[in-house]
Design a binder for this molecule. Structure first.
Ligand SMILES: [Zn+2]
Length: 300
């Protein structure tokens, strides 16, 4: 009697365990991540976020490559010079030139010839990890400044040298920047932090085949439960080859919560079909910079 009753119960429990397992699996993307929006600013490395600290966070998060930029560029050079440590952590560093020497440069760079000259010097010098691969992140709080002389020069420089550009701008500035350099590889930081509509984002992606969208801080991306909202799930599924994941460690609090940020990304990525999740998490950025498949993680 006991045996007869326990068999179906055991079978039911086994089925439930299996279901729970597959639900848990479906709620987390488990492949490699490429962090396409990372800053290693001076206040991070001067405080507790030393090189071993940040590499540990990347490694624990399954991040296998980063777009590295920093204010000033010293932090990027530190990462680029640490070949032995970054290799041991299984992380490839893709260096970008930040336009800012200090916070004052945020608001005037687009008309500051000394910043153009600094970019040319940095490009000529390169980094211990190889040549710089992009410019940015830069900000335009007023989209009209996309027509500033240095903004135009840098877009044209990026196009001529095949550099990617990471730009924190609104949708109007995307049109203005692309008018300067229609073949430039523009990465739209946050894909419109002011909340440009999904229809507008879709139209810009269709208009500019080289435009990519990075998704940190994007309003409306996720719902209260941390999953993808319906309209963003549709957009990311339709244009899975055009989006990137980023952390945006612009203040130390973002470093302190880094593993949580990447866990959040793994959660919403899991709402996409597996091939789309993989493209957004890794393949699209790897393709932009010609990175190979990440090797098996080095032994810890
Ligand atoms: Zn940023």
């Amino acid at each position: 009697m006991t045996r007869r009753r326990s068999r179906p119960v055991a079978a039911l429990l086994a089925t439930l365990a299996l279901l729970a397992g597959s639900v848990a699996q479906a709620q987390r993307y488990d492949g490699p991540l490429f962090d396409a929006h990372l800053h290693y600013n001076d206040e991070a490395w001067r405080a507790e976020h030393t090189l071993p600290d940040v590499l540990g966070r990347l490694q624990r998060s399954g991040v296998r490559a980063i777009i590295a930029n920093s204010r000033p560029n010293d932090g990027t050079r530190t990462l680029a010079a640490a070949g032995e440590q970054t290799r041991a952590a299984g992380v490839t560093v893709v260096p970008f030139i930040r336009l800012y020497r200090n916070r004052a440069d945020y608001t005037g760079w687009f008309a500051d010839e000394t910043i153009h000259a600094m970019v040319l010097r940095e490009l000529a010098a390169g980094t211990p990890a190889g040549p710089y691969r992009g410019l940015g992140e830069f900000h335009l709080y007023d989209s009209a400044n996309a027509n500033g002389p240095v903004a135009r020069q840098l877009m044209q420089l990026a196009q001529a040298r095949d550099l990617a550009v990471l730009a924190h701008v609104d949708d109007q500035a995307i049109d203005l920047l692309m008018a300067h350099a229609p073949r430039a590889r523009l990465i739209w930081a946050h894909t419109g932090i002011g909340g440009a509509s999904v229809e507008r984002v879709r139209a810009l992606l269709q208009k500019y085949p080289m435009l990519m969208g990075e998704l940190s801080y994007r309003p409306g991306l996720t719902d209260a439960g941390g999953g993808l909202s319906a309209e963003w799930k549709a957009l990311l599924t339709d244009h899975a080859d055009r989006f990137l994941v980023g952390s945006d460690t612009w203040i130390n609090a973002r470093w302190a919560g880094y593993e949580g940020l990447m866990a959040d990304a793994r959660r919403w990525l899991a709402d996409l079909p597996a091939p789309a999740a993989r493209r957004i998490a890794w393949d699209n950025a790897a393709r932009l910079f010609g990175l190979p498949e990440p090797a098996a993680r080095p032994a810890e």
